[in-house]
Design a protein around this ligand. Structure first.
Ligand SMILES: [Zn+2]
Length: 245
């Protein structure tokens, strides 16, 4: 498989992180010319980036080549959570089968980062890190296909949080993640699955309650922050937030 060009990767990663961290709100227009000018890319390359984001459920294509940050409906959101609950249970079973003490330390490191973001009241980063906890679990399952599906589901769930989540919708996640780690250590698969199910139920309730309205910053400002941060340190988290908080 050929590697995509670094510019496509940077544009894809910048847009994806900006959408997941809610710097670009659902329904925001993503004009090809503006994105192309920003990343010095042809329209053909911009379309490739937008098509990839569409495949990940993050972008909706409209007639006349208008792309928007996706706005999943409540019923689509429930479908995503249903599939995710089923796969998370399988992840837990597989991780317990392969369990090593090093897994516990790795997962605890992620929970500490998540807790630090929560302490800073950095809600979008804390939501992203909460997703990373589940992605790491999926990787520890040792099943690459499961990891790929989980990655798409976690990304879609982050967008759902952006659309439906109320403020502080990630509160409680840190303690729940610590409980999951403790359950994995006991090697009791049924108990660990039950705790994961409870956690996913709580995440869904937090995600699908309340509405979320905030002023939208300009597309160009958000792209500058995210693309600059990726170029500077190989990660997509901007040093300064585009959104007023
Ligand atoms: Zn979680």
């Amino acid at each position: 498989m050929s590697r995509p060009s670094p510019r496509i990767e940077i544009a894809h990663e910048a847009l994806k992180q900006a959408i997941i961290e809610q710097a670009l709100k659902p329904g925001t227009k993503l004009p090809e010319d503006e994105i192309g000018a920003h990343f010095a890319m042809s329209r053909t390359l911009v379309r490739a980036v937008l098509a990839k984001l569409q495949g990940e459920g993050l972008v909706d294509a409209r007639p006349k080549r208008t792309a928007l940050v996706a706005q999943p409906t409540l019923s689509e959101a429930r479908d995503v959570f249903e599939v995710r609950r089923a796969l998370e249970a399988e992840v837990v079973r597989l991780v317990i089968k392969r369990w090593k003490p090093a897994f516990g330390a790795e997962l605890e490191g992620l929970v500490r980062d998540e807790d630090a973001a929560r302490e800073r009241h950095d809600e979008p980063v804390s939501i992203r890190l909460a997703g990373e906890f589940h992605l790491r679990l999926a990787r520890l399952s040792g099943n690459e296909l499961l990891e790929k599906y989980m990655s798409e589901l976690v990304t879609r769930c982050s967008l759902i949080l952006a659309v439906f989540g109320r403020p502080h919708s990630s509160d409680g996640a840190v303690d729940e993640h610590s409980e999951i780690i403790a359950a994995l250590r006991t090697a009791d698969a049924d108990k660990a699955v039950a705790i994961m199910n409870e956690h996913m139920g709580a995440v869904e309730r937090r995600a699908l309650l309340g509405d979320h309205q905030e002023a939208a910053p300009a597309l160009g400002d958000v792209l500058s922050l995210y693309a600059g941060a990726i170029a500077a340190k190989g990660t997509a988290t901007p040093l300064k937030k585009a959104r007023a908080k």
